[in-house]
Design a protein around this ligand. Structure first.
Ligand code: SIN
Ligand code: CO
Length: 410
């Protein structure tokens, strides 16, 4: 029986997730060229000796927390087949779960389990702006979320027990859905290929590949997901960003109007005018670049890291940095930069910072590394603008100092 365990008991062993190429013989570039966003790949022992950094009871403990996004999928024993329940859950809910045929899912687990944040380091060859989250699932025997399709690239890493994965890369009809459940489960699914994954094995799936995983034992799976915004999301976000800056007096203009034979007709000349308005809106490439930087680093569920209750002064921040020797980036925050002509634009959680070109090193440092070592920052410590920026970011909880249990990567 799954029981809520509030405090994580496993020691934080960072050493087990040292940056490593998970593809064995295949280089990361070969993986990108041949498989990424194209076709599935099974990688046996992608992480040899992998053992889950969180046990099932600890996962249940997380699913009881208010701020954690969690779900239960019950294939049987719910009011209808394939019932979805949303967390937070109570201990009592776990006590009443059936023996088999259900799954507990916890989203954004990399925020709460530092080892999973580090695990993402193994996927650093993929641009960070594509990162979504690490989701952890727990299922007893026969547990599954049903056959389905995701619109994400995902690496499914087996963490505990065995899971049978069945896939079918054929295009899936949008109407191929089970009725009477809010879960998007396929009504008809037939497997082309199937494998049994053991701890350390990993299955990569591009978007659109139908997949169906069934727990053969008590089973935990870690889904390392990568999002790609839809065209609809891109267009609607850009337009939302642009529209408030367009003056109401900026209008369709026809000072060159000619008498037309059919006043009821919308002429080619008129349509050219409309096309021009649309094209003009999309012609400012710098605006598009900077909007994209802000958009793609926006917190996904409008959650920002909480601002600290007591702020450090820049001098206090510097002292603490020198004493601790490290700064750790918050897993709640998204960082990216763009280099454009004489500008370096830094984006953090949807905010844009226009940096001097000489700050490119700082932008690279913040955006490329989850852990910043004092030595990397040493030559900037006497620069007041630098200390003030980093102190402000720290006070807004974009960074933290590691606690005593933290063992840094070499
Ligand atoms: C699971 O871990 O049970 C489901 C993961 C997925 O299919 O995306
Ligand atoms: Co899936």
């Amino acid at each position: 029986m799954l029981q809520k365990s509030k405090n994580r008991t496993s020691p934080i062993s960072y050493a087990s997730f040292r940056k490593t190429n998970p593809f064995g013989e295949l280089t990361e570039q070969q993986f990108l060229s041949d498989y990424w966003h194209k076709k599935p790949l099974l990688i046996r022992q992608a992480f040899p000796g992998f053992s889950t950094p969180i046990n099932p009871d600890e996962l249940a403990g997380l699913a009881c927390e208010e701020e954690v996004e969690s779900r239960l999928v019950l294939e049987k024993d719910g009011p209808t087949p394939w019932t979805l329940e949303h967390g937070p859950f109570t201990e009592d809910r776990f006590a009443r779960l059936p023996e088999t045929h259900w799954t507990l899912l916890v989203q954004e687990a990399n925020r709460y389990i530092p080892e999973l944040a580090l695990l993402r380091g193994a996927f650093d060859f993929i641009p960070h702006w594509r990162n979504d989250d690490v989701m952890v699932s727990y299922a007893p025997v026969h547990g599954s979320v049903g056959p389905h399709v995701d619109q994400y690239d995902v690496f499914l890493l087996q963490g505990l027990g065995r899971r049978r994965w069945m896939i079918n890369p054929d295009p899936v009809d949008a109407n191929n859905l089970l009725p009477d459940t809010e879960l998007k489960i396929m009504q008809d699914f037939s497997a082309c290929e199937e494998w049994i994954l053991e701890p350390g094995d990993m299955l990569y799936l591009p978007p659109g590949v139908a997949h169906y995983g069934i727990a053969l034992d008590e089973c935990m799976t870690f889904s390392i997901g990568f999002r790609a915004p839809s065209h609809a999301e891109i267009l609607s976000s850009f337009i939302d960003d642009l529209v408030p800056d367009l003056a109401d007096s900026l209008r369709y203009a026809d000072g060159d109007l000619q008498i037309q034979k059919n006043p009821g007709e919308i002429t080619a000349r008129t349509l050219t005018g409309v096309h021009n308005i649309l094209q003009q809106a999309l012609s400012d490439s710098s605006r598009i670049n900077r909007w994209f930087g802000r958009y793609i680093t926006e917190p996904q569920h409008n959650e920002l890291p909480e601002e600290r209750e007591s702020h450090l002064s820049p001098a206090e921040f510097r002292t603490q940095l020198e004493q601790t020797g490290w700064l750790i980036r918050s897993e709640y925050s998204r960082f990216a930069f763009i280099q454009e002509n004489e500008h370096v634009y830094l984006f953090i959680d949807g905010q844009e910072y226009d940096l001097l070109p000489s700050w490119i090193y700082i932008a690279q440092l913040i955006c490329n590394h989850r852990h910043l070592k004092l030595e990397m920052l040493q030559s900037w410590l006497d620069d007041n603008v630098f200390i003030e920026l980093f102190c402000a970011l720290y006070n807004h909880a974009k960074f933290e100092f590691p606690d005593a249990s933290w063992i840094p990567l070499k």
